[in-house]
Write a protein that binds this ligand. Structure first.
Ligand code: FES
Ligand SMILES: [Fe+2]
Length: 336
């Protein structure tokens, strides 16, 4: 029965790539990767409204009945936890009484109890503490910080379209670098570096359409993901920057169409900090309409660490570049 299902011929997602040019013999992309084009795409992304919403982490990082989750965003300490019914609560992470770190406090029956003198917070305003608007999109959690964002507040964050809830396998990977969000976004708005800088993951990369700044402000890229040796998965992918700190890669054709990789760059330090730090929160929501994908969903707890490891290797290299970009920028040595 293997190889066939319901009478339809089953085609394997993997292709064996014909032996191609080796790394140094591939077509150079530096002439197409014009610095001005990347800078313009970054400028347009930076001008899009965020409504002051910031991604703080994975939904599953904030567990019901678990410890509170703490994160500093734009220099503001934030604490998140879940109420007894699983609803998300968020607010300043500094206890309004004498400043204890609420991230180290305890959640008792959905109430955050300060471990210093027992101030209890149920998520509503109390003792000078005011909650922050918070949103759980099922994969990521977002907090609205109007002081940090400084934009017109938005009712909801702009959550990218994803495969329907429960139909994809999602994994969230977080890492932190010494740079600003724009360095992370700029790196993502240069798809041309893929098969040169990450030959272990990407081969045969061609940018088939560049963003124009119009309605459809996207890069369209044909690329093969390298699975092992010469085994690859060819896809067409689209890169867009729907907000100032987010780049979305969506597979539009080929295996796993509609799957998305969302890269969110969240500033940890305040504006103009001398040593800025940025968290990269990357959500992968993979989907396939293959019958076997139901099995993959069942195996999600096993797949997740694997997906995170793949993202981890890419981001180890990309973050090194983002950090370098910041260092060069901040010392006036960035080319151009
Ligand atoms: S510092 Fe939190 S209750 Fe006193
Ligand atoms: Fe990269």
């Amino acid at each position: 029965m293997s190889g066939r299902r319901g009478g339809e011929r089953w085609s394997p997602p993997l292709r064996r790539r014909r032996p191609g040019p080796d790394w140094a013999a591939q077509t150079p992309t530096w002439r197409q990767a014009r610095p001005a084009l990347i800078a313009d795409a970054l400028k347009r992304a930076s001008a899009r409204p965020s409504g002051n919403w910031f991604v703080v982490g994975a939904s599953r990082d904030v567990r019901a009945g678990g410890r509170p989750f703490g994160r500093t965003v734009g220099g503001v300490e934030v604490v998140l936890w879940r109420s007894a019914d699983g609803g998300l609560r968020a607010g300043p992470g500094i206890c309004p009484h004498l400043g204890a770190p609420l991230r180290d406090s305890r959640v008792v029956c959905g109430t955050l109890v300060c471990h210093w003198h027992g101030l209890a917070l149920d998520g509503s305003p109390s003792a000078g503490w005011r909650p922050f608007p918070v949103h759980d999109d099922g994969v990521l959690v977002w907090v609205r910080l109007d002081e940090v964002g400084g934009e017109e507040p938005g009712e909801r964050p702009a959550v990218p379209a994803r495969p329907a809830t429960g139909r994809g396998v999602d994994a969230v990977f977080t890492t932190v670098g010494r740079c600003e969000p724009q360095d992370v976004v700029a790196n993502r708005l240069d798809p041309w570096h893929g098969s040169w800088f990450h030959p272990y993951s990407f081969v045969d990369l061609t940018v088939v359409r560049e963003p124009t700044g119009g309605e459809d402000d996207a890069f369209v890229v044909d690329v093969s993901f390298r699975v092992a040796g010469r085994l690859v998965v060819p896809v067409r992918a689209e890169f867009t920057a729907p907000g100032p700190r987010t780049v979305v890669m969506r597979i539009t054709d080929g295996e796993g169409a509609t799957s998305v990789v969302e890269t969110h760059a969240t500033p940890l330090t305040g504006r103009d900090h001398a040593r800025p730090r940025t968290a990269v929160v990357e959500a992968v929501v993979a989907f396939s309409d293959r019958p076997g994908f139901a099995l993959a969903r069942a195996a999600a707890p096993v797949l997740r660490p694997l997906m995170r490891r793949t993202a981890g290797r890419l981001w180890h290299d990309d973050l090194a570049y983002a950090e370098r970009r910041w260092t060069l920028r901040s010392t006036g040595r960035f080319p151009g």
